[in-house]
Design a protein around this ligand. Structure first.
Ligand SMILES: [Cu+2]
Length: 119
C-alpha cells in the first residue's frame, strides 16, 4: 500500500513537470511569433522622430530608439503611453491594442512631435 502511494506520487510529479515544460514551450513560441509579426521602429535623431507619422496594424509594438546624443522622451499627447528619459541608444516600446491616431511629443523638447496611426 505504502509503496504504491510513492509510485503514484512520483508519476504525478513527472506528469506535472511535463505539462509545465509543454506550457512554457508553447507560450514562448507564441510570444516570438507575435513580436516578429508586427514590430515597427521610430528613430530619434537630430531632434526629430522618424518617420514622423508611422502607420502600423492593430497589435503592433512600436519601439523608439534614441540615436541622438541628447536625451529625449516619447510621451503620448493623450496620456496613452509615456517613456522614461532615453539616453543615447536607449529604447522604449509600446504595444498598440486599439485602432486610432496617437500623437506624441518629447517632454524635454515639446516642439519634437510625431504620431502613430494604428489601423
Ligand atoms: Cu527631446
Amino acid at each position: 500500500m505504502k509503496g504504491k502511494n510513492v509510485w503514484v506520487a512520483s508519476f504525478a510529479a513527472v506528469v506535472m513537470i511535463a505539462i509545465v515544460l509543454l506550457l512554457a514551450g508553447s507560450s514562448s513560441v507564441t510570444a516570438n511569433d507575435q513580436s516578429s509579426a508586427a514590430t515597427s521602429e521610430v528613430k530619434i535623431d537630430n531632434f526629430s522622430f522618424g518617420p514622423q507619422t508611422l502607420t502600423v496594424p492593430v497589435g503592433a509594438t512600436v519601439t523608439w530608439t534614441n540615436r541622438d546624443d541628447i536625451p529625449h522622451t516619447s510621451v503620448s499627447t493623450d496620456g496613452v503611453f509615456k517613456s522614461k528619459v532615453m539616453d543615447t541608444n536607449e529604447t522604449f516600446s509600446y504595444t498598440f491594442a486599439k485602432a486610432g491616431t496617437y500623437p506624441y511629443y518629447c517632454s524635454i523638447h515639446p516642439k519634437m512631435t510625431g504620431q502613430v496611426v494604428v489601423k
